[in-house]
Design a protein around this ligand. Structure first.
Ligand code: ADP
Ligand code: MG
Length: 375
């Protein structure tokens, strides 16, 4: 072989070698990326998750192969664990019945929450199925964990982890009037809610729209970590014609385009998130009249012009947090709230962007409060 041939062979070897290396690197990258996606997201695949079908023009979530963390539980055991669903064990009330505390071990050291749905209407059954199917397949630190379910004649039960500090609504508007929630904790709660929503909008496939985000559906555990709950109205984005869905939700939190034209998108949840932010900032209920003389019917319309006014804003903040609030952060949070409640949905930010803007406002040591890891 002369030197020219040797050179040609060498070049060929180098080209083949680098091509093989490149292909190898691509394969490794692809495998890593697949694994990353699998870890980070929850895919609603027909073979393991939710199949939508239309029954009497109502959307029904149909059978699925459940993840193991949700099991069928014996009705009798739950009945005695709640002392026959006694009033003293009521944790809260909702649209179709009450939620009870159940002490599963005799010493009462394993407690759970049990939602009892005795209503046998199609509407109630659909909400039970929707919540069961969705929560069976979702595990996230900022979404309440469903532990099991039970069906006994016309009574349906859903069993959740117990959230010791109840709902954000009770904390803000109940007897303690928000005194357990200083400024930084309120922003941490907003961040937790944003994390839960971001998971639903961005990491579930297809994305999930909660449709009933409000302070009574945000629950607080013993460390005041916030978790989204009540998925009875939740809907899978992109799997059906959403323009024909009958508007549902709670007055004061429902986005105007959804209420008036039935237009439902992830931005409807963003609007409701903005209303919850206002509740945290102002300590007012969404439909509360700010003062007897004022005629505006929602806190959104009353607060909107004042959110951008740096002189007025500190005066409308919940008096309970006036001493603990960080003024610079106050203006930032108010700006985020103002964007979320824009009447035009395209002007509202994505929840992922809101999440990024809230992260720097929460002290690092508080961000680590959450000890459970996302699946
Ligand atoms: N896991 C839980 N731990 C503690 N309290 C709960 C739990 N789940 C619900 N609650 C209480 O019950 C209320 C109603 O529950 P929710 O799931 O929202 O029912 P509904 O679908 O009827 O609105 C909540 O606002 C809260 O006060
Ligand atoms: Mg509720």
């Amino acid at each position: 072989m002369d030197s020219k041939q040797q050179k040609a062979v060498l070049i060929a070897v180098v080209i083949c070698g680098s091509t093989a290396l490149g292909v190898g690197a691509l394969i490794v990258f692809y495998a890593y990326y697949r694994n990353y996606c699998r870890d980070k997201s929850y895919h609603l695949r027909p073979e393991h998750a939710v199949v939508l079908s239309s029954d009497k023009n109502k959307m029904m979530l149909m059978s699925c192969r459940r993840k193991t963390h949700v099991s069928m539980m014996e009705y009798k055991g739950l009945e005695s664990a709640t002392d026959h669903f006694s009033d003293t064990n009521i944790l809260g009330a909702g649209g179709f019945g009450c939620v009870y505390q159940a002490n599963l071990l005799p010493a009462g050291n394993l407690s759970v929450a049990v939602k009892k749905i005795s209503d046998a209407t199609d509407h109630a059954v659909t909400q039970f199925q929707t919540e069961l199917e969705l929560l069976s397949n979702i595990q996230h630190p900022n979404i309440v964990t469903l532990l099991g379910y039970s069906i006994h004649a016309e009574t349906r039960l859903l069993i959740y982890e117990l959230m010791q500090n109840g709902s954000l609504e009770t904390q803000l508007h109940g007897p303690s009037r928000g005194s357990a929630l200083p400024w930084h904790l309120r922003i941490k709660i907003a961040l937790d809610v944003a994390r839960g929503l971001e998971y639903l909008h961005k990491h579930c496939h297809p994305p999930v729209i909660h449709r009933d985000l409000k302070s009574s559906n945000i629950l607080l555990d013993s460390n005041f970590n916030a978790k989204l709950s009540d998925f009875g109205l939740a809907i899978l984005d992109g799997t059906q014609n959403k323009s024909h869905i009958k508007p549902s939700g709670t007055l004061g939190y429902v986005a105007p385009e959804y209420l008036l034209d039935g237009k439902l998108t992830d931005k409807s949840d963003v609007y409701a998130f903005g209303v919850v932010l206002l509740e945290l900032l102002l300590g007012r209920k969404p439909m509360e009249r700010p003062a007897p003389a004022q005629c505006q019917s929602t806190v959104v319309s009353w607060a909107m012009p004042q959110l951008t006014d740096r002189t007025k804003l500190p005066n409308i903040v919940d008096p309970v947090i006036r001493n603990s609030m960080d003024m610079n952060h106050l203006y930032q949070v108010a700006a985020v709230a103002l964007l979320c409640i824009q009447p035009e949905p395209s002007y509202r930010p994505l929840i992922a962007d809101i999440l990024l803007s809230l992260v720097p406002l929460v002290p690092v040591e508080m961000q680590n409060l959450c000890t459970v890891k996302a699946n």
